[in-house]
Ligand binder design. Structure first.
Ligand code: AGP
Length: 645
């Protein structure tokens, strides 16, 4: 078994590209939105760059896999090669490695419908093929700019908004490339991460960012730009995080960060201590499986140095004063998807133990609900990526009311962490698989720590109870190792039931969100329909679905309040011929008598059972998807970060 120890101090994994092509503007009129989520990489070097671009894009493919392209700057010429399909397929046709250049750009694109053509693939160029651009973002005023440029005689060869940028730079180019880029960008509205090369400037690479991710890598006799850190980690661990409306001007030996207004900026170079290996599959068949197995170390990292002297302390980014936490009378969580399920678990923990009323809102709903907020409400956003558009919008909405906001996030420097007043980082490390696994359990760990902190501040628990909670969570990383050892039994279930078309997940209390999350995992990666319910709700409707072909997954660890009731629910399913897969606490004698399969999790505090119980469900979803031959790390129709509302 692989057991990584990944220590993170700086992370940046912001994954998205939202581009909007001409056809997209047309579609919007019919209320259809085309979405692109893409990755970009660029390098200027003393050596040939084709291998670096290829390697960079292979690490960015999770962001987009409809089409790929590269630009090689060689002998004053821009050589652009691109095609529709996945990197591997396109590379088979083009063989990117055979092209030479000392500067280059790479791009991988993803769109939900239409417009996947070679012409629309990046890089794009100006009229004379002297400027090459890769882009991640939406140029909102692209239509006006296109009309204006067309009137001046610019000829467009694609339907993308990106191409406008190349022409706009061309239009502003009066000898100085840097000036031309800043003048062009001062006209652009919307979001962008850009990589730009000039045929007449063989030593120059320019990057720029606004609301889309772009980092700068400082190498040895070479410099990089990229959508995320892992894509260039094999070449450098020295990273500069660009802020919105900043540009970077790179040669192989120099870097300069300036504002779009051309004011020079002083930027810190961060030394990243992720290994490049951590961002790769490390021998596992899929990233999802690797990330499931990384959970013991991810949780250990998340706890590291935060549990001290019988209490919890967060880093300086936390920034929410203890006095304020004492004064709040309400917490509202905003989140989406898996992060929303984590928030539901947080609701259970905080209400039960810190005795603060909690509401959990879908971020997408919250922002249009004209929420009632006052200064005693703390709004907490949970997001793995920190780039989910709905969650960003919800946070911005909350801030209008002048409330304090806190984010729980995995990506250092991401949008959500910059918007919120305080941040607690989950230290899950890079999560590449589209289905969230270790991000979820580390979110639960952070929520548990936050609960301890709130309980201490508000004195809702005595010293012994706090000590027990701390001892409980300290056991989790090791206990998760033993849960992972149940994998054989889980694989057996997958082999028996992978062809079933539906399934139901049932849990209560802190494990009701785990039922929801288990069902979501199955849907996402295997495309098998699954529903999660509070176990007692079954009798109010879903029980009608039970027959001998329906697998029902019970999350039934021992607790004082509901365990016996859940046993009753198991009986009800059994009586109707359903297939029972149960997650039970080690030593449970009752459940194995009733269930077709029992997967044991170790004994710990009931609140912590959620963190242990989700892991078998992640594995179950994984194995079923694998049996069905699904594209597990890049399931159809999904993107790692959903950056459109
Ligand atoms: C998780 O498996 C999903 N891919 C998805 O529900 C995700 O949790 C959601 O889009 C929110 O993402 P975030 O945590 O990055 O904000």
């Amino acid at each position: 078994m692989l057991y990584y120890s990944i220590h993170l101090t700086n992370i940046s994994k912001v994954h998205r590209k939202v581009g909007m092509a001409h056809w997209c503007t047309v579609f919007i009129k019919f209320n259809k939105v085309a979405i692109q989520v893409c990755g970009i990489v660029g390098v200027v070097s003393g050596k040939n760059i084709s291998e670096k671009l290829l390697n960079g894009l292979s690490n960015l493919e999770y962001r987009g896999y409809d089409s790929v392209g590269m630009c090689f700057l060689n002998n004053g010429q821009l050589n652009i090669k691109k095609g529709v399909g996945r990197l591997e397929e396109v590379n088979k046709r083009i063989n990117f490695l055979k092209f030479k250049g000392n500067a280059g750009l790479g791009h991988c694109r993803w769109s939900t419908h239409g417009g996947v053509t070679e012409k629309n693939a990046h890089p794009h160029t100006d009229c004379n093929n002297r400027i090459s651009v890769v882009h991640n973002g939406i140029i909102e005023n692209y239509s006006e700019l296109k009309d204006e440029l067309a009137k001046k005689g610019h000829k467009f060869s694609s339907q993308t908004d990106t191409e406008i940028i190349a022409h706009l730079i061309e239009d502003n180019l009066k000898g100085n490339a840097e000036e031309a880029v800043s003048a062009a960008l001062s006209r652009v509205e919307g979001s962008y991460a850009l990589g730009i090369l000039f045929a007449d400037e063989p030593e120059l690479l320019i990057g720029a960012k606004n609301e889309s991710p772009l980092i700068v890598g400082i190498g040895n006799n070479e410099n990089f730009i990229a959508s995320d850190v892992p894509s260039i980690l094999s070449y450098t661990n020295k990273i500069i995080y660009l802020e919105d409306k900043e540009m970077v001007v790179l040669t192989k030996n120099r870097h300069k960060v300036i504002g779009i207004d051309r004011k020079e900026k002083k930027k810190k170079i961060h030394a990243i201590n992720w290994s490049a290996e951590a961002a790769k599959k490390g021998g596992y068949k899929h990233f999802m499986l690797k990330e499931i197995y990384e959970q013991p170390s991810a949780i250990a990292d998340t706890l590291n140095e935060r549990l001290r002297n019988g209490s919890v302390s967060f880093e300086k980014e936390f920034r929410i004063p203890g006095d304020y936490l004492k004064s709040i009378n309400r917490i509202i969580f905003v989140a989406c998807g898996t992060s929303w399920h984590a928030a539901l678990t947080g609701e259970f923990m905080i209400e039960e133990l810190a005795r603060i009323p909690v509401e959990v809102e879908y971020a997408s709903e919250f922002r249009y609900r004209h929420p009632i907020l006052d200064k005693k409400t703390l709004v907490i956003a949970i997001s793995q990526s920190g780039e989910t558009a709905d969650t960003i919008a919800a946070l911005k909405e909350a801030k209008k009311y002048g409330v304090q906001t806190l984010s729980i996030c995995n990506v250092m420097g991401s949008s959500i962490t910059r918007i919120s007043d305080g941040v607690i980082y989950t230290r899950a490390g890079p999560e590449i698989g589209v289905a969230s696994t270790k991000a979820f359990t580390t979110q639960l760990a952070v929520l548990y720590l936050l609960t301890i902190l709130l309980s201490k501040i508000r004195k809702t628990l005595n010293e012994k109870q706090v000590r027990d909670m701390i001892n409980g969570i300290r056991k989790v990383p090791l206990q998760l190792q033993s849960v992972l050892e149940e994998d054989k039994e889980i694989l057996k279930c997958a082999e028996l039931y992978y062809s079933k078309l539906n399934s139901i997940y049932l849990g209560r209390g802190v494990n009701f969100p785990i039922a929801l999350e288990g069902a979501l995992k199955l849907k996402e990666v295997s495309y098998v329909h699954a529903e999660g319910y509070p176990a007692a709700e079954m009798k109010h409707g879903p029980i009608a679905l039970i027959d001998k072909s329906m697998p029902v997954v019970f999350i039934a660890p021992h607790d004082v309040y509901t365990y016996k009731k859940v046993l009753g629910n198991i009986e009800e399913v059994k009586a109707r011929g359903g297939i029972i897969i149960a997650i039970a606490t080690e030593g449970d004698k009752e459940i194995p008598k009733k269930a077709d399969h029992t997967i044991f999790i170790p004994k710990n505090l009931y609140t912590l059972s959620s963190m242990l119980a989700i892991v078998p469900l992640q594995l179950l979803a994984y194995h079923i998807a694998d049996k069905l031959g699904r594209d597990i790390d890049k399931p159809r129709n999904l993107a790692k970060s959903v950056v459109v509302e």
